[in-house]
Design a protein around this ligand. Structure first.
Ligand SMILES: [Zn+2]
Ligand SMILES: [Zn+2]
Length: 299
């Protein structure tokens, strides 16, 4: 297994005392940015507390059968019955789209994604299978069994605007960060130098059930078993590191902030081949791409 970068608790952006006082099931990392952990994956809420109906955005939609947890956190944070103005997708892996069809329908809300990710969200293509041969622990060992089939949100699916803006999230821009998946995007807000990184890199060892349970701060490349193009994945991490963020929020692990995080992200970008890329794996030698269609399998 590749070696990742452990960090001290000082790099954590969590504020347990404030979270406990708010008691809305979320962890808040900025006045208008919070997330809820759903076991192995996070979902992100963008909007101020009490924002009300149609005045906030959900990023990604968790595991199957987590819709109730997402809805209850949203209602506690934004107000009873408060629906988002949009659901924005970093990508469509099974642990990010679990409650997507149900919530999109219930809230009657548009779903935004990168054009290259759309086939996985409109029912037309499945992801390449997870690759257990990357090693690293139980989560990786089981990767061949993880669902890869698409969801279908139908007419609600839209492409992210070409100008880089993000619907419902003024001040943010989306960045194409492929490699983990072909249409993977991250979100960047320059005013407080915040990155919502999706799975372009993560902050826990997602290959190991032990690491996933403990969630000790760590700078880690994208989850290895689902990453289908390591060249692109490296360029994406370099692109994000160049932004020199103050705060990073990923979908697996704790949010991190400050100089220790920045240094670790720079190191991850610089030594990506040694740190993030597994020693073996079928997509190392046979990357799957959008251009030749190999990233899209029959559903
Ligand atoms: Zn993923
Ligand atoms: Zn993920």
């Amino acid at each position: 297994m590749a070696e990742q970068i452990p960090l001290s608790e000082d790099a954590s952006a969590l504020d347990p005392a404030l979270d406990a006082a708010r008691n809305d099931h979320t962890h808040e990392v900025a006045p208008d940015l919070a997330y809820r952990r759903l076991g192995i994956v996070n979902v992100v809420f963008v909007g101020f507390p009490g924002a009300g109906d149609r005045n906030w955005v959900l990023i990604d939609a968790g595991l199957p059968r987590t819709g109730g947890f997402i809805r209850s956190a949203a209602e506690a944070r934004f107000g009873k019955g408060a629906r988002p103005s949009a659901i924005v997708m970093t990508h469509g892996h099974f642990d990010h789209v679990g409650a997507l069809e149900a919530l999109a329908k219930e809230w009657d809300v548009p779903v935004y994604a990168h054009p290259l990710e759309r086939p996985y969200l409109d029912g037309s293509a499945a992801y390449p299978r997870g690759d257990p041969s990357v090693g690293g622990g139980l989560m990786a060992l089981l990767a061949g069994l993880y669902p890869t089939r698409p969801v279908d949100v139908g007419r609600r699916l839209r492409s992210l605007p070409e100008d880089g803006s993000v619907p419902g999230m003024p001040g943010w821009q989306w960045l194409h960060t492929p490699g983990h998946s072909v249409g993977h995007v991250s979100f960047w807000r320059e005013s407080d130098r915040t990155i919502v990184a999706g799975d372009a890199f993560v902050t826990t060892g997602q290959e190991s059930a032990y690491d996933v349970a403990l969630q000790e701060p760590e700078m880690h490349g994208p989850p290895t078993y689902f990453t289908i193009d390591w060249q692109d994945a490296e360029e994406s991490v370099k692109k994000l590191a160049m932004l020199d963020p103050d705060l990073v929020l990923t979908f697996h692990g704790q949010p991190l902030r400050g100089p220790e995080m920045r240094e670790a992200l720079q190191r991850l970008a610089r030594d990506f081949r040694d740190i993030a890329v597994p020693k073996q794996g079928k997509y190392l030698t046979e990357p799957r791409r959008a251009a030749d269609g190999s990233a899209y399998e029959k559903p």
